[in-house]
Structure formats: structure tokens, C-alpha cells
Ligand binder design. Sequence first.
Ligand code: IPE
Ligand code: IPE
Ligand code: MG
Length: 258
Amino acid sequence: MSPKFWQRRKSSPADEPLLLLPEKMPQHVAIIMDGNGRWAQKRGLPRTFGHKAGAEVLRSILTDASELGIKYLTAYAFSTENWRRPHDEVDFLMDLFSTYLDNEVDALIAQQVKLRFIGSQERLSPALCQRIAEAEKRTAAGTGITLNLAVDYGGRAEIVRAARLLAQDVLDGQRAVSEIDESLFSEYLFTQGQPDPDLLIRPGGDLRISNFLLWQLAYAELWVTDVLWPDFTPAEFRRAIRDYQKRDRRFGGLTPQK
Ligand code: IPE
Ligand code: IPE
Ligand code: MG
């Protein structure tokens, strides 16, 4: 069990929870979990140690997001471009995803988390694909937060895939070209049925999107920190949300006059 807010406050003043407004809570938060390699290298450790530490941080942020009443958390774990990394690092990450599933699924079920994988899976091993399918099935009845884990995910690949599926439906006579609009197109994305992210958090300090959720992030608020992902804490997460709550989201319109 994670400590409750007041226990956390007592035990660690540095983690003092910020006052957040429940009515302004983002529904969907997306996170680019970046900086694992640098975190390890700063300590003279192999990059893989950073990935392992990063996986543990995801657990604490997921728990915090769930306690805050956030409905969707999408975490970028492996991009379509990350296949360019050395084989050893890729293999380690693939094993880490399997281990994560082996170790976490029971706890996710207990927390009412619904786990979904977004990404292509074409280049994943059959064993990992099977574990993913089982994990999704076992957590499907979760009534709490949805965790989208983006593995072998690329925003452009997702859009191309959606275009192909939609084109096929048109060819099969299931859809008319005149029906195609933004809302219909969204139904062909991995995040079908989910609201777009309200807030994108990028640890590790880089000011780019790195092919993450290109369609869905159209109007997300951006929050970047130099803190590396393995050092990211629930307090940092709440700082991002607090900042988000102060933003004026105009969506191209004007702020209503008070
Ligand atoms: C993010 O951390 C994890 C993955 C991309 C798999 P990095 O491995 O990119 O860490 P840095 O950016 O090199 O520090
Ligand atoms: C983005 O991080 C992908 C993930 C965190 C999974 P990268 O480290 O791959 O991004 P770039 O290469 O710095 O853009
Ligand atoms: Mg990186």
C-alpha cells in the first residue's frame, strides 16, 4: 500500500503535497519517461540500471495519479526509433517489459488499473506479445485509472496505421469517404474512445515530442523538467499538475471575460 497523503506529508516535508484543485484535475496525463541512461551514467553505472530504476518510478507515479483521480496515464516506454539502440540495450528493455508484467499485474488488478499497450507489437517477441495480451485481458475489468504503456510506439506509424484501417473500411463499404472527419479518424487510433491528453510531462530536459502521440497532443499543455525520470517523484508530478491548473487553455478562442 502506498502511504496516504497525510502520512507522506508527515514523513517527508520535502514531499509536501501541493494544493491541487480536484475540479481542475487533468483527465489524461502523458509522460515521456526520459533520462534513464543519463541517470545511470552520472552514477558510473550501465544505462540499463537507469531503465530498471525508471520502471520503479512508473509504479509510484501511477499510484499517485490514481489517488488524484486522473483517469488516463499514457507512459512512453519504447519508441519506434529506439530500435536503433545497441542490441544489448534493446534486449534488456524487452526483458524489463516482461518482468514488469510478471511482477505488476496482480498489483494493478488490486488497484483497479486497466492496462493497455499502445504500439505496433510487430517487432516484439511472440512470448512478450502473449504476456501483453494476457495482462490486458486480466486487467480489462479495472474500473480505475487506465495505464496506456507505449511500447514500439511512434506517432507517425500510428497515424499511417489508422489511415490504412480506415481506407480498408472504405474499400469494404463499411465507411463512406464523406463520413471521414476528425472524430471518426480518432476511432482508428490506439487511444480510441479516450480523451486527448491534457498535460504532457517530459523529464530529462529535452524540448521535443520525439514522435509521441502526434495527433492526440494537439492541444496538450507542455511541462518539461530537467529532473531525470528515475529521480522523478510524486511531488514533482504534483508540481506539474499544479502548474497545469494555472494555465489558461484557450483552444484558439479567447478567455471569457469575468
Ligand atoms: C528513456 O531513457 C528510456 C527509453 C528511451 C527506452 P533514455 O534511455 O533515453 O535515457 P537518456 O535520454 O539517454 O538519458
Ligand atoms: C523518447 O526518448 C522515447 C521514450 C522515452 C520511450 P528518447 O530518448 O528516445 O528521445 P530522443 O531520442 O532524445 O528524441
Ligand atoms: Mg532519452
